[in-house]
Write a protein that binds this ligand. Structure first.
Ligand SMILES: C[S@@+](CC[C@H](N)C(=O)[O-])C[C@H]1O[C@@H](n2cnc3c(N)ncnc32)[C@H](O)[C@@H]1O
Length: 294
């Protein structure tokens, strides 16, 4: 299957990473290889792309579209183990690291993955299908206070209590199995088409973050990413919601204060107006870049 994926903030991120021929670059979120392909163009000859993803399907897809030669190493795993994964690929230190967070269109468009409220599917949402926690388990086994906490913390959902109550009541009668079940239970007044933002956006985001432990993985991933950077190396992070951006902003600020990093983006870079028009998904994107100075 061919997926239509448009890499977000592509030129901005790669320009700020300042890529050169021969660079060793880690793409910690390879996805469908959109950024990866462009990185490769900029680092040849003699450059190396180490592409990491925890989703085997994404790696399978990327393997088909990226060159099958020694300019690319693909590694399956979670970026919270970035240092080990990079070491396994044969490197202690690298020149550049990129994170492009969130889900790929492959994950969103594949009905069997249960990420999207627009597609009827069993609730799953695991980016790594070897993971043991699924969205179905979260929705059917978490207690009321835990549901409220994740909807409030990870979804910033104002009606967290009301929605959690509906879920807890509904599942006493029968398990909530599919994406549609969840939308129907959580938003009984909602009929079919959403004008503007779909009401389930925030709780779906919250459950996805919980299932994939995304915020803890990000914190550790950033630490490991900086750890493997050589002096003069650069790290770029593209985030898609305020919870992620807050973690990135704070992490970079601490590096600056501690004297080991220089911010290359005083303010987060946002997509241009034409990009926002072309690609709806880019609208919430923010890019931050740091250089390791010691
Ligand atoms: C937005 S997509 C990346 C798209 C890619 N930059 C492109 O242009 O095709 C994010 C990817 O990161 C992966 N991912 C998210 N969190 C991860 C983690 N903690 N470890 C490894 N991969 C992760 C997802 O599986 C997904 O494929």
């Amino acid at each position: 299957m061919k997926y239509s994926h448009t890499p977000v903030l592509l030129t901005e991120a790669l320009d700020l990473l300042d890529l050169h021929a021969g660079d060793v670059v880690v793409d910690a979120t390879l996805g469908l290889g959109g950024h990866g392909q462009e990185i490769l163009k900029r680092i040849q000859p003699a450059g190396k792309l180490i592409g990491i993803d925890q989703d085997e399907e994404a790696l399978k897809y990327a393997r088909k579209i990226l060159p099958d030669d020694n300019s690319v190493v693909l590694v399956g795993g979670n970026f919270r183990n970035l240092d080990e994964l990079v070491k396994g690929a044969g490197y202690e230190r690298v020149g550049r690291v990129l994170f492009d967070l969130g889900v790929s269109s492959l994950q969103l468009d594949d009905e069997s993955r249960g990420f999207s409220f627009n597609k009827e599917a069993e609730l799953d949402m695991r980016m790594d299908r070897r993971g043991s926690l699924t969205a179905k388990q979260v929705v059917n086994t978490y207690g009321y206070p835990e549901l409220v906490r994740i909807f409030e913390e990870y979804g910033e959902e104002r009606k967290a209590k009301e929605i959690a109550k509906r879920i807890v009541e509904a599942r006493k009668l029968k398990p909530i199995v599919t994406t549609t079940d969840l939308v129907t239970v959580a938003f009984p007044e909602f009929r079919g088409q959403a004008r503007g933002i779909h009401p389930a956006t925030k709780i779906f985001q919250a459950i996805r973050i919980e299932v994939n432990d995304e915020l803890a993985a990000l914190q550790t991933g950033l630490e490991k990413g900086f750890k493997v950077l050589e002096t003069g190396g650069r790290m770029a992070v593209i985030s898609f919601h305020s919870l992620e951006d807050r973690i990135v902003k704070r992490f970079f600020k601490n590096l600056k204060t501690g004297g080991s990093g220089m911010l290359l983006t005083k303010k987060a870079v946002k997509p241009s107006w034409p990009e926002r028009q072309r690609n709806k998904r880019s609208r919430s994107a923010k890019l931050r870049v740091i250089e390791r100075i010691k």
